[in-house]
Design a protein around this ligand. Structure first.
Ligand code: UDP
Length: 349
């Protein structure tokens, strides 16, 4: 295994949340693109084993630290040690349901981590920041598909998780006014799913999954008895909710494409990361049945509160400005998810 040093490789990129689902896939694509990622993670919803597998996939030793970004002193130590070129911030709590029960924890964590990172950027003269945002900041769609010009109305966001992303976006926009020489990119993810094609890493929710695809995957491996379909009376073709599911590797590659903007001093930029295509809950169950060759039991239930009928992206801007479009289709998302889940029925444990 090669120890990657800074002069061998282009630049150090700090990845808070680097052992998580999106962060770990970003770490792989950073290595592939010639950057030197530094993964920091408090491991509250991730596992050390994940980064070991990333090393197996990339053949590179990954620089990593178990650090909570709320701990400003420990974070400072990292900035002292490495000349950081850019930050890809994937460190956040992300369970919508939990955020309703624990709003203080969510605001403290998601906003506090961002503020500490920005503090270090000021202190250590780091100018490039990429933020994992979410399509949830759009609230209830006034039109579809959602482009970046769609208004984001904080009051219309139904949970503290979504609001924390909305507030973070505002903090970053205000920061940009004070630091016009910085580059800040907000990437609004739609619904990242799938797993790395090796089947070595994937989504590993602690406790019962909240999101649809990891839930279905755990039903297929027998960890959960059936899928609850939340709502069959939406105004959609088959009555179930429609979302823009995007392969996690496409999301990670969107980050690499966005980082090129730093080289041309892009300032503040906002991009959707989605495919532009929506699939219903029933279609997702069928697609995973096809990939796994198994019948998936489900129950039709009432709507989950705060859920929307249909959400999908207009990904044109990212295509035009970043030259990035999602490459992996629904079959590939499900095949890769199934490879990960069937090889690792209990995740990283
Ligand atoms: N959903 C469902 N059963 C579940 C989880 C989700 O029917 O166990 C539905 C949900 O109502 C929505 C879609 O699946 O229509 C995607 O939900 P998810 O939580 O994955 O993403 P989000 O709602 O945040 O877009």
């Amino acid at each position: 295994m090669t120890e990657v040093s800074g002069d061998q490789k282009k630049q150090y990129v700090l990845v808070p949340g680097g052992a998580g689902f999106i962060g770990s896939h970003c770490v792989i694509e950073l290595v592939t693109a010639g950057y030197t990622p530094i993964a920091v993670d408090n491991e509250c919803n991730s596992s050390r084993e994940c980064l070991k597998r990333v090393e197996q996939i990339t053949g590179c030793k990954i620089i990593s630290y178990k650090i909570d970004c709320l701990d400003l002193e420990s974070l400072r130590d990292i900035f002292k040690k490495y000349p950081i070129y850019a930050i890809i911030n994937c460190a956040a709590l992300k369970s919508v349901g939990e955020s309703v029960q624990k709003p203080i924890l969510y605001y403290k964590n998601n906003i506090g981590c961002l503020l500490n990172l920005l503090t270090c950027m000021e202190e250590f003269n780091v100018k490039n920041f990429l933020f994992s945002s979410s399509a949830t900041v759009y609230g209830t769609p006034k039109y579809l598909p959602l482009d970046e010009k769609h208004p984001c109305i904080g009051d219309a966001i139904t949970n503290p998780y979504g609001k924390s992303k909305y507030i973070c976006e505002h903090i970053l926009k205000d920061t940009m006014v004070a630091h016009p020489e910085w580059n800040i990119i907000l990437l609004r993810y739609f619904n990242p799913v799938g797993a790395h094609k090796t089947g070595l890493i994937g989504e590993n929710p602690i406790g019962k999954p909240n999101n649809l695809m990891p839930y279905i995957a755990q039903v297929v491996v027998g960890r959960l008895p059936y899928v609850n379909i939340f709502g069959t009376d939406y105004n959609t073709p088959d009555g179930t909710g429609v979302r823009d599911y995007i392969h996690v590797v496409d999301v990670a590659m969107g980050h690499i494409a966005a980082m090129k903007q730093f080289e041309i001093n892009c300032g503040l930029k906002i991009y959707n990361l989605g495919t532009g295509k929506g699939y219903s809950v029933r279609e997702m169950i069928k697609a995973l049945e096809k990939a796994s060759g198994k019948t998936i039991p489900y129950k039709e239930c009432s709507r989950r509160s705060g859920d929307l009928a249909t959400v999908y992206a207009d990904p044109t801007l990212a295509a035009q400005e970043l030259g990035w479009t999602a490459q992996r289709n629904l079959d590939e998302m499900c095949e890769d998810l199934w490879r990960w889940q069937s090889n690792n029925p209990n995740g990283f444990q």
